[in-house]
Every structure is written in structure tokens, then in C-alpha cells.
Ligand binder design. Structure first.
Ligand code: HEC
Ligand code: HEC
Ligand code: HEC
Length: 435
């Protein structure tokens, strides 16, 4: 009798477990709708949605090179394989034309598509989930009033087990916290607004925070501790920031507006399209974002100390330029100096960034610097920042590694990076044909 009972109980428990598993994994399909007419939405709502879409970089990920805006198909490399972005235009066949607001909201907050399938977190729903109802409705209005593009996107095919999308239910259970951010009453209204923009649609931490082996952002002190994006090294924005002069709220705010500040680097890599989107926000929002970010960094020096430190750095580097000795120095003075001359003169005009203040020279790896030298800056965040030519065809790997060694030693005055030549050859091969 006793054993019989035990067996019975085991069966009941197992059935319950399976039922719980299914309840967790299974998500209903949401019925398709006929695409809503754009006139249904008011123009102020559409305009707000457009600004929010820019903040969320929707078009950056959802547009492939040379493809129609938001029609998807851009390959995103992840450690688990290539994931293609989807068609985000209101096309009923290939896009989200048949998605009700309810279906859109579920995708943005819970990472589930209209059919009930789990989406991969390469789509930053873990951040977008914090977006308010009003903002999500505006985004929906904007997306639904774009021109539909009848274009399929390549299917994402990850290797087993990652192709089992339902496994993302377990991932979500571990790492996804849906719903609004908690207001922190100990902080200012401005700070909380900044948190909403940065942690929500801005998804700044998606690139600026390191990830664990399952691809989830690490929390706690690792938040904003730096990461990787499209092969670029993403600098930390917290106390681990490699910036030689700590960021102030004012500097952050002007960097977000223009992609540049005199005492820091330039948004020349994957940060450039982010600036393009963010800079369209109202002034108050940009200041709020900067206030929030500044609260993570080292305590910035006061303005006077900052100017003093900048002068010191400039004197230590440009002041010691003469005479030019060594191969790296010679290459710098012939290939780069014309534009990156010392701090004297109108160095802000057309932007001649002082390399002494550039975060990339102080970073742990030389990758961003080498990428910039190979391919220049062809898509500046703002066109008035100017363009920089690439040196892929005029400098060989030995010359680039001599130059990089010189820049590191002279401008950052930090220990030399290891295997610069090997990294240069690898990056040259990886980006060949792209530029
Ligand atoms: C970092 C890149 C990235 C950004 C930024 C991004 N998306 Fe996506 N999105 C993706 C990828 C990749 C997928 C496909 C995920 C998958 O296949 O599981 C996706 C899927 C979606 C889907 C599901 C569509 C479908 O047909 O299944 C919606 C809705 C969506 N994104 C909306 C947005 C909106 C709105 C924004 C801007 C606020 C945005 N995305 C920004 C990468 C991105
Ligand atoms: C697609 C990845 C990506 C996203 C999203 C992103 N960043 Fe960046 N960010 C970078 C990279 C890469 C750099 C290095 C500079 C470059 O690209 O030229 C950078 C640089 C920066 C810098 C300069 C740091 C320094 O010390 O030079 C700041 C400040 C910054 N980002 C703020 C933000 C904010 C605020 C957001 C959200 C609104 C954000 N980033 C979103 C990739 C990203
Ligand atoms: C024709 C002028 C010109 C020349 C020559 C030039 N640069 Fe630049 N460089 C620029 C401009 C302009 C920018 C800012 C681009 C932007 O983001 O708009 C820049 C940016 C940079 C950056 C910052 C990139 C970032 O994302 O932070 C580095 C590093 C750099 N240059 C290094 C070099 C080196 C090394 C050489 C020589 C091999 C060189 N440059 C030659 C004009 C030039």
C-alpha cells in the first residue's frame, strides 16, 4: 500500500511539474489584425514615437546595409551564432502589420512574438520592458504609420540547443525582470528620469555592461563596467572608466548632444549612431541622462582642477614632441599631425581631437584605436565633426603597430599593449572588404 501511494504521489508531482513547465513556456498566439490606418494616430503621438524610436536605435538594428529603413535582415553576431533582425515595418506578411498593440507590448515587455514564440535577448527587451504605456503606445503609432516594406528577412538558425526558443523561458526566469523601474526617492527627479531613459529605451547597458556566459548583463558593481559591441571595445562608464580625465555631468551632456567634447574621445565607432538617435531628445532629457550617468563615474574634479589636468596632459604629450625620433613618431608626424596637431590654435574647429584625452588610448585593449587607424571615421555622429581617412592601404601592419606603440607610450603614458601587430593583422583581415 505504502509503495503504491509513493508511486501515485510521484506521478502527481511529475504531472504538476510538467504542467508548470508548460505554463511557463507556452504563450498564446495573439490574433492577427488588419493593419491600422495611419490616420488613426495623432501626429503629436507619431512625432513622439519617432523620437523614442531614435533613442531606442530601432532602425540601427532593424536596417541591413543598403536595405530599406526598418525592413530588417541585419545580421547580429552573438557568441551563440548570428541572429537576424526582423522586418519592423507595418507589412502584414513579413513585418508587424498584423500585430495589435497588445502583441507589440508583449514583445517589448516580455520578449514573445505575436505567434507566442520566445525572442532572443539580442533584441534588448530586457531594457525596453521598463518603457511606460504612453511611450510604448507612441512607438506603436510611429511604427504602424511607416511605409510597409514587403520584404522577407533571413531566418535565424542557431545551433542546437540555442535553436530551441522555448529555452528562453528559463533564461527569462533567471535574468529578465519585466515591468517599470523602481523610482528611487533618495535621488532627484532628474536622476530618475535619466535612469528611465538610459535603462529603458536607451539600453545603454546593453553595450556598456559585461555579460555572463549565458549572455545576460552582469549586475551590481559590473553595471556600466564596459563591454563589447560589433568587435569594438566599449568603455566602462562607472568608476572603472579608463578616461584620463573623469567625466562631469556637463561633459556627458555635451557628448550626448554632439558626439564630442574637448576633454574626451569622440563617438566614432558604434557609439556614433547612438548619438545620432539620442541627440534628438529634448534638452531636459539629455541633461537627465547625463546626471544619471555621472552618478556612476569617479567623482569628477572641479572645473579648475579639470582644466589644470588637461593642461598637464597636453604639456606632457604635445609639448614633448620635438625632436621626432623612432618610426612610430615619424609616422605620426607625417600621417596624423596635420589634423591631430597640438592643443594650440583653434583645435575645436572641425574637431581636431587631442589624442591625449582619447579614452581609446587609455583602454585595456588597442582594438578601437587600430580600427580607427585602419578605416578612419566615415560615419561621424554629426557631420560637422569631420571625417578621418582610413590608412588601411597606406600603412602596413608593422607601421601601424609602431604607430600604435608610440601613441600608447607617448599620449597615454601607460604600459605597452601586447601583440599589437597580431591584433592589427587580425582586425585588418576581419574588416577587409567592408571598407
Ligand atoms: C541591438 C539590436 C536591436 C535593437 C536596438 C532593436 N531591436 Fe528589435 N529585434 C532585434 C532582433 C535581433 C530581433 C529578432 C529576435 C529574434 O529573432 O528572436 C528583434 C525583434 C523585434 C521585434 C519582434 C518582431 C517579430 O517579427 O518577431 C519587435 C516588435 C522589435 N524587435 C521592436 C523593436 C523596437 C520598437 C526597437 C526600438 C525601440 C527595437 N526593436 C530595437 C534587434 C534589435
Ligand atoms: C551599440 C553599442 C552601444 C550602445 C547601445 C551605447 N554605447 Fe556608448 N559607446 C559605445 C562604444 C563602442 C563607445 C566607444 C567610442 C566609439 O564608439 O567611438 C562608446 C562610448 C561612450 C561614451 C564615451 C566614453 C569615453 O570614455 O570615451 C559615453 C559617455 C557613452 N558611450 C554613453 C552612452 C549612453 C548614454 C548610451 C545610451 C543612451 C550608450 N552609450 C549606448 C557603444 C554603445
Ligand atoms: C584629415 C584629417 C585627419 C587625419 C590625417 C587623421 N585624423 Fe584622426 N580624426 C580626424 C577627425 C576629424 C576625427 C574625429 C572624427 C569624428 O568622430 O567625427 C578623428 C578621430 C581620431 C581618433 C578618435 C576616434 C574615436 O572614435 O575616439 C583617433 C584615435 C585618431 N583620429 C587617430 C588618428 C591617427 C593615429 C592618425 C594617423 C594615422 C589620424 N588620426 C589621422 C581627422 C584626421
Amino acid at each position: 500500500m505504502k509503495t503504491k501511494n509513493k508511486v501515485l504521489w510521484s506521478i502527481v508531482c511529475l504531472a504538476l511539474l510538467i504542467a508548470c513547465g508548460i505554463a511557463l513556456v507556452w504563450q498564446p498566439r495573439i490574433a492577427p489584425i488588419t493593419p491600422p490606418a495611419a490616420v488613426r494616430f495623432d501626429s503629436a503621438q507619431i512625432a513622439l514615437g519617432q523620437r523614442l524610436a531614435a533613442l531606442g536605435d530601432c532602425a540601427v538594428c532593424h536596417t541591413r546595409d543598403g536595405g530599406a529603413r526598418n525592413a530588417g535582415g541585419r545580421p547580429l553576431a552573438t557568441p551563440f551564432g548570428t541572429i537576424y533582425s526582423t522586418n519592423l515595418t507595418p507589412d502584414p506578411q513579413h513585418g508587424i502589420g498584423s500585430w495589435s498593440y497588445e502583441a507589440f507590448e508583449r514583445a517589448m515587455r516580455h520578449g514573445i512574438d505575436r505567434e507566442g514564440r520566445h525572442l532572443y535577448p539580442a533584441f534588448p527587451y530586457t531594457a525596453f520592458t521598463h518603457t511606460s504605456d504612453d511611450d510604448l503606445k507612441a512607438l506603436y503609432a510611429y511604427l504602424m504609420s511607416q511605409k510597409p516594406v514587403n520584404e522577407p528577412t533571413p531566418a535565424t538558425q542557431l545551433p542546437f540547443p540555442f535553436n530551441q526558443r522555448y529555452l528562453m523561458a528559463g533564461w527569462n526566469l533567471l535574468f529578465h525582470k519585466s515591468g517599470p523601474l523602481k523610482n528611487d526617492p533618495s535621488k532627484s527627479i532628474e536622476w530618475n528620469r535619466g535612469a528611465y531613459l538610459a535603462e529603458g529605451l536607451g539600453h545603454c547597458s546593453a553595450c556598456h555592461t559585461p555579460r555572463n556566459f549565458l549572455g545576460a548583463e552582469r549586475g551590481g558593481a559590473a553595471h556600466f563596467g564596459g563591454g563589447v559591441a560589433d568587435g569594438w571595445d566599449v568603455p566602462a562608464l562607472n568608476a572603472a572608466s579608463p578616461a584620463p580625465i573623469p567625466w562631469t555631468q556637463a561633459d556627458l551632456s555635451s557628448y550626448l548632444r554632439q558626439g564630442f567634447t574637448p576633454l574626451h574621445g569622440i563617438a566614432g565607432g558604434p557609439m556614433a549612431p547612438v548619438i545620432d538617435g539620442v541627440s534628438g531628445l529634448p534638452e531636459d532629457d539629455l541633461d537627465a541622462l547625463a546626471t544619471y550617468l555621472a552618478s556612476f563615474g569617479k567623482k569628477p574634479p572641479d572645473a579648475e582642477a579639470q582644466v589644470k589636468r588637461a593642461a598637464e596632459l597636453r604639456a606632457q604629450t604635445y609639448g614633448r614632441m620635438q625632436p621626432v625620433t623612432g618610426e612610430g613618431a615619424r609616422i605620426f608626424s607625417s600621417a596624423c599631425m596635420a589634423c591631430h596637431h597640438d592643443g594650440s590654435g583653434p583645435h575645436l574647429f572641425g574637431v581636431r581631437p587631442s589624442l591625449a584625452f582619447n579614452t581609446n588610448l587609455h583602454a585595456e585593449r588597442p582594438d578601437n584605436l587600430i580600427r580607427t587607424i585602419l578605416d578612419g571615421v566615415t560615419h561621424p555622429a554629426k557631420s560637422d565633426l569631420g571625417y578621418m581617412p582610413g590608412f588601411r592601404h597606406s600603412l602596413n601592419d608593422d607601421q601601424i603597430s609602431a604607430l600604435v606603440g608610440y601613441l600608447r607610450e607617448h599620449f597615454a603614458q601607460q604600459p605597452a599593449w601586447r601583440d599589437v601587430r597580431g591584433t592589427t593583422a587580425a582586425l585588418r583581415a576581419e574588416t577587409a572588404g567592408k571598407n
